[in-house]
Design a protein around this ligand. Structure first.
Ligand code: APR
Length: 236
């Protein structure tokens, strides 16, 4: 009789840092998006109510930049891990780009929404966003002029939280990649996973605000550290 070890469940949280080497700017690094725009102007429901044209333009530009970006070796390595790991690999991203999917990953959980999506602020209907979304664009379901980007703004509840916490409770290994640990609830996932008995590892260029919550850290650019970590896990 052979005894088989239960394949470990891996839960991975990614942030803007994993897409940095694909040319997508981060938020809080020097020259990042939040040094060029005020969060309250472009990433809150109040900002959208005050100046919808400014907000639509901000997301139109980001949508167009994301459409041109290519996945980098970090996205590709995580897709390889999903394909080759004998257990489950869950990717939860705070990113609104589709670079994990472009790199070959499946079932990515977008907790902060997606640039590719449009949401009706009146009835909650969702549809594919046009490359450029106009102010007052009508909802194809209820016809109200209330199209907005399907991204989660400050003050709004991130998506899929119940599902994410269920995954964290079952995690054997939790990794956070390219995130500054400054935005909750994502910044608290490490504590949640550790409480469930998971080994925890941070792969980031600079130490995050919650680095001390991790059992292990690997500094460096994701394009290098992630493929190396994945090769190590897969033993090749
Ligand atoms: N490789 C790895 N990490 C990197 C790289 C890189 N090449 N470049 C930058 N980083 C790291 C930075 O050191 C920083 O810790 O990525 C992190 C980026 O942090 P933020 O800009 O704060 O991005 P993120 O953590 O994803 O932000 C969370 O805040 O406003 C929002 O909703 C937005 O989802 C976003 C959330």
């Amino acid at each position: 009789m052979t005894s088989q070890r239960r394949p470990e469940k891996i839960v991975i949280l990614t942030g803007a840092g994993i897409s940095a080497e694909s040319g997508m700017g981060t938020f809080r690094d020097e020259g990042g998006l939040w040094s060029q725009h005020r969060i309250e102007d472009v990433a809150t429901p109040e900002g959208f109510a005050r100046n919808p044209a400014l907000v639509q333009e901000f997301y139109n530009q980001r949508r167009q930049a994301a459409a041109k970006a290519e996945p980098n070796p970090a996205h590709q390595a995580l897709a390889r891990l999903q394909r080759e790991w004998p257990g489950e690999v869950v990717i939860v991203t705070q990113n609104v780009d589709a670079l994990h999917e472009a790199g070959g990953s499946e079932s990515v959980i977008h907790m902060h929404g997606e640039l590719a999506g449009a949401l009706c602020a009146t009835c909650g209907h969702r549809w594919a966003a046009p490359e450029s979304m106009a102010v007052g664009e009508p909802c194809p379901q209820c016809a109200n002029p209330s199209a907005r980007p399907d991204v989660v703004w400050f003050g709004e509840m991130p998506y899929h939280m119940e599902e994410i916490f269920a995954h964290l409770a079952e995690a054997d290994l939790f990794a956070a990649i390219g995130t500054s640990g400054q935005v909750y609830p994502a910044a608290a996932f490490v504590q949640e996973a550790a409480a469930a008995g998971a080994h925890t590892i941070e792969l980031n260029l600079d130490p995050s605000a919650v680095v001390s919550d991790f059992a292990e850290t690997r500094p460096g650019p994701a394009g290098q550290t992630v493929p190396a970590w994945v090769s190590e896990l897969l033993g090749s």
